[in-house]
Design a protein. Sequence first.
Length: 168
Amino acid sequence: MDSDMVTLENAKTQVRVTVQRLALLHLAYAKTLVKEFGEEKGNQLILNAIKEYGLKIAERTKNGSQSLPKYGFHQKHEGDKTYGCELALLLLEYGEEELGKLYCYVDPAKAMGADPNIKLIHTKCLLTGDSYCSFDTVPTTEKEREDFFGENRDWSYLDPILIKDENK
């Protein structure tokens, strides 16, 4: 049997490796921005980039591209629960939950990019200590739309469980 033969398990492994590389890229850029500009400005630059990323995903999805890989991005789905997000697992491995949560803002960003009147928020998140991720789609407010679509505005409050907890 050819070792390069594509199987579902092989394809899942290749997607998993790609997602882990994406997580490392996010971490490298995020750490560099925070080191260069400080936490407040660095985090804002990261949010700006994630917003742009989410808008690009929304645009491609509207044009018929698939939003996420069906296999390999996470370990399993059960109902509305997603277990084992490979991106989150790698960021947890590095102890980089705070910078990792900034990546998770892609979920409200791509939802608002598709329809500014709704946002996809986390109700549970692996990077906040939960054992899985789950989401809810909720309406946006005028202020949320203004902050999200405005230049260099803090829109991190749009997904409340991702906000950094200073008391930890």
